[in-house]
Write a protein that binds this ligand. Structure first.
Ligand SMILES: [Zn+2]
Length: 388
């Protein structure tokens, strides 16, 4: 019915580039069996991003589970840098060759979205950030989009199915259609309040017919203390200076004693607009900027064949040891066998990659989306990551 591969087809390696199938056929027909080590990294990051957030790890582990290979990978939610190996595979090439296409696809797209979300979270500071972008993409991947946005730092997601998968309540406000069909915003606020159960926050959309300032005042007068927030989704054609509109609405609400009413903004936001509005807005709904985030161009390369370092031109051969200093966070990428005791700052060095698959078996329980998200947020603080 939909133009999408099933989970079983992906797991069986049907979503692969045909040249991998042909390579496996040639090698198997000729009885050539070589053990290889391969690694995954991004040579460059999109836009002018100086870091990435790794996502898609759980799906990659599920994809590769059961193959007679070992997989070392950065824990999901790890901050990584360009040229840093984020994953290593050891095993017979013919055992995993056809999975290059889906494993890269899983990592590249999820990590792009998680990185974009983390940048929006940094820009939003302590304000709320929701993922609203599912409608721009194929619905088959909406849960992946929202999960990646959530672990990257979003506080919630709008799509019901996505929320169910990550174990969160779906978050939303009210659409313009409710106000249009009732032909009256006040009627919409009243009916929402009457019919929707109370734990659901009352967030009045205030830009359908009239001016944001006057509709905000009307919404506050109508719902009083029950009004949690007003949402401004002001069309770009009417927007002018969005920050000035927000400041004016804030002023008018405060003047009338509605200091507690929050300002929720949406509509074409990106990290820079969020940064500009973050002192006056209280919550952000971000859509296309997250769901249509650029992919991280990870590539997978063979670096060792039957124990001998060998890589194509432009790539460093041999498996790498990836270490990070616990104290100064400096990253060290060394030949696998090189021993180092301490960082030059005397800090303890930790191995970044974890063996999550050993001979086809998953070695430990994979963390929940909530735990991964906390990990991302803690690293943002520890590494003092900024959006400017
Ligand atoms: Zn150090």
């Amino acid at each position: 019915m939909f133009h999408i591969a099933t989970q079983e087809e992906i797991k069986r390696g049907k979503v692969t580039d045909v040249y991998f199938e042909r390579t496996v056929e040639i090698l198997k027909t000729c009885g050539i069996e070589k053990k290889v080590k391969a690694e995954v990294y991004a040579k460059n990051l999109p836009r002018d991003w100086n870091y990435g957030v790794l996502a898609g790890v759980e799906e990659v582990i599920k994809l590769l589970e059961g193959l007679p290979i070992d997989v070392n990978i950065l824990p999901e939610g790890s901050i990584f840098w360009k040229n840093q190996p984020i994953m290593q595979i050891s095993g017979k090439y013919t055992d995993f060759a056809i999975f290059e296409t889906p494993l890269l696809g899983l990592l590249c797209q999820s990590s792009g979205i998680a990185t974009a979300a983390s940048r929006c979270k940094i820009a939003a500071k302590d304000k709320t950030l929701l993922s609203f972008g599912a409608r721009r993409m194929h619905p088959g991947i909406a849960p992946m989009i929202d999960r990646s946005a959530f672990i990257g730092g979003c506080d919630g997601v709008a799509v019901v199915k996505s929320a169910q998968i990550i174990g969160e309540e779906a978050k939303g406000t009210m659409p313009h259609s409710l106000i249009l069909i009732l032909e009256n915003p006040i009627e919409a606020y009243k009916l929402f309040h009457k019919i929707e159960p109370l734990p659901i926050k009352r967030i009045a959309l205030i830009d359908t017919f009239g001016d944001e300032k006057f509709e905000a005042i009307e919404a506050a007068k109508t719902l009083g203390e029950d009004l949690f927030a007003v949402r401004l989704d002001t069309p770009i054609s009417r927007r002018g200076d969005f920050k000035a509109i927000l400041e004016e609405v804030r002023w008018e609400l405060d003047l009338r004693g509605f200091d507690e009413v929050k300002l929720f903004v949406s509509g074409g936001l990106n990290e820079f607009e969020i940064l500009r509005l973050s002192n006056v807005a209280d919550a952000f709904g971000v859509g296309t900027y997250l769901s249509n985030a650029p992919v991280i161009d990870f590539s997978l390369d063979i670096v060792e064949i039957n124990g001998k370092p060998l890589a194509k031109r432009g790539k460093k051969s041999g498996h790498k040891k990836v270490l990070q200093c616990k104290k100064c966070h400096k990253l060290l990428i060394l030949p696998e066998k090189k021993e180092v005791d301490k960082c030059e700052c005397n800090g303890e060095l930790l191995l970044c990659l974890k063996k999550l698959i050993k001979k086809g078996k998953i070695t430990e329980n994979l963390p929940s989306p909530q735990k991964i998200r906390n990990y991302v947020i803690n690293q943002i603080k520890d590494l003092n990551l900024k959006v400017e």
